[in-house]
Design a protein around this ligand. Structure first.
Ligand code: SF4
Length: 371
């Protein structure tokens, strides 16, 4: 489906009352199941969807009054990054989510990046999940390039005004970072510390639109010109477990129309859920590559946290494999990855919560057996 100018709305005020993140484009990922991750009450966006699923707010890209450029329709672009070239050639990709929290040691960082570069097509550097401090993803991405890694920098709206987001995208351009992943981000108190003051100026859909304005046209949200702008490919996140499912498909459609060029899923545990998701995208003419995530976790307690925060559903088969040891779990994940590719995934994204040794083992097996 080609994006259309008519798919954009501009509003002067926040369209739905009672949303702590001030979303303009539907619920954040933390509303799945209709329990707001912040208030623990019903999410007003999902309530609205239940009353009026055809509302323009769900079918149109919604910009706020700060966006002076309201009629841009991003088109497919010639791929400039290795990741996008491979995806557009119909080849499956293998990517990894690198976690480098406040306690991570910098001693073996270079060695880890070098070894990951031998297995993975690209590495995604995350942006302060749950509001917990992590090394800045751009700093890691610059370092990673020196070790031969193609980076994907995650850029979260959380904690950033739109001018900070513009500045950050300028920095991505300056350092020739070829890919970014635009997300809204978690409520920053979810990590347990209630002292920081939350900032949510944009949501992921407006961020995607902003990134395409800057990257394609060389202008920011106010129309200010950027000299020497360059292509940054823009990805978006999605959760095939999101409830209501039809609402997630509409949100993906908006991300696609706003200019997203690839999707990365939340961790998956069921191939049939993913198949339904891919079928729904096809039925709605959303023609975008989807990189399916698999996760290796060592303990059941973290699985519970994952269900609570990422709003996914862990399968009984996964729990059983986990209880039978690392080899069984590795085997389960590799088989799942194979099924996901058979069911339409354009690649596999591996999460190991910072365990690089497991990432190397798992990545090697997936590459040899599947990709
Ligand atoms: S779940 Fe997200 S979108 Fe819904 S009210 Fe809470 S913060 Fe807003």
């Amino acid at each position: 489906m080609m994006p259309s100018n008519r798919s954009i709305l501009r509003l002067n005020i926040v369209p739905v009352k009672g949303c702590p993140k001030l979303m303009f484009n539907g619920p954040c990922g933390g509303g799945s199941g209709n329990v707001c991750e912040v208030t623990r009450s019903k999410c007003p966006w999902i309530e609205l969807f239940r009353r009026d699923s055809g509302n323009n707010l769900f079918t149109h890209i919604v910009l706020d009054k700060g966006f002076k450029i309201q009629d841009y329709s991003p088109r497919p672009r010639k791929p400039q990054s290795k990741l996008l070239k491979k995806l557009s050639d119909g080849k499956n990709v293998l990517t990894y989510e690198f976690v480098f929290g406040i306690k991570a040691s910098q001693n073996s960082l270079g060695d880890s990046l070098h070894r990951l570069s031998t297995i993975y097509d690209a590495v995604n550097f995350i942006d302060t999940p749950l509001g917990l401090p992590h090394t800045d993803p751009l700093a890691l991405a610059i370092l990673a390039k020196n070790y031969g890694i193609e980076p994907v920098v995650q850029l979260s709206c959380k904690d950033k005004s739109r001018n900070y987001l513009v500045s950050y995208i300028l920095a991505l351009m300056l350092h020739e970072i070829p890919n970014m992943l635009a997300i809204t981000g978690d409520w920053i108190h979810l990590g347990g510390d209630k002292s920081p003051r939350p900032v949510f100026d944009l949501d992921s859909i407006r961020l995607i639109y902003l990134a395409r304005l800057m990257s394609d046209l060389g202008i920011d949200y106010r129309g200010r010109r950027i000299e020497g702008h360059r292509v940054i490919h823009v990805g978006a996140a999605t959760n095939p477990y999101f409830d209501p499912f039809e609402l997630e498909v509409l949100r993906v459609r908006k991300k696609y129309l706003a200019g997203a060029e690839f999707l990365v899923t939340q961790p998956l545990f069921h191939a049939n859920i993913f198949r339904n998701f891919i079928n729904a995208l096809r039925e709605n003419n959303i023609n975008i590559p989807v990189i399916a995530s698999v996760i290796f976790l060592k303990d059941k307690k973290t699985l519970k946290l994952l269900e609570d925060f990422a709003r996914v559903r862990v399968s009984e088969d996964y729990v059983e494999a986990l209880s039978r040891g690392e080899d069984k779990l590795t085997n389960f994940i590799v088989n799942l990855a194979e099924e996901l590719v058979v069911n339409g995934a354009s690649g596999i994204h591996v999460l190991t919560m910072g365990n690089v040794e497991v990432a190397l083992t798992l990545g090697k097996i997936i590459r040899e057996r599947i990709l």
